[in-house]
Design a protein. Sequence first.
Length: 221
Amino acid sequence: MIQALSGQLLLGLINGSFYALLSLGLAIIFGLLNVVNFAHGALYMMGAFAAWFALERLGIGYGWALLLAPAAVGLVGVVVERVMLRRLRGLDPIYGLLLTFGLALIAEGLFHQAYGNSGQSYPVPEALRDTSYAVQRYSFISLEGFVNAKVIVEALQRTGPQPTRTAFRQALESIRNLDLGIGAPLSFGPERHQGLDSVYFTRVEDGRWVPITDWASAIAV
């Protein structure tokens, strides 16, 4: 149980670090250049894709990819500043905001068109692999896969015998209060694609995943 809580805390720290890095970059750029850089997140995304492209398409090692990705994004930033932002120097910051907002929309649209809206997978780099790791019978990864599979099966059943992309999406958006067995009902909608707004805690009992309802006994175990 302590291991599970530690994992959640570590995940929260990692995500919090991402947001802090983005916020600091936005504040520093505005403070030094008087530019509200709405493309900051898009450039961050481009750095992730640059590292992935170096790993998967160019066969560059993990360490080199981490060094080359920021350099590549920095070069893009230099081009944007020299070609576009420099022309707005001395003007109202709203012009820089509109420019970078438009650049962010263009970048996100291009990458969405090329790669879709799902994450790109890649093998664990050799430098980060744990040779002593053994596949566990029960893990949070397998639980997430099982939960996602239940949602997909439910949507396919609602789609009918002739599934299409539109019908599948409409079927997903029609799901209300679906019981996944994790103590947190799932609901979608045309304007609600997240599904769950709460964190669910589970543990293994007699070979089954069950929601944690009694924290005192769970911590004692």
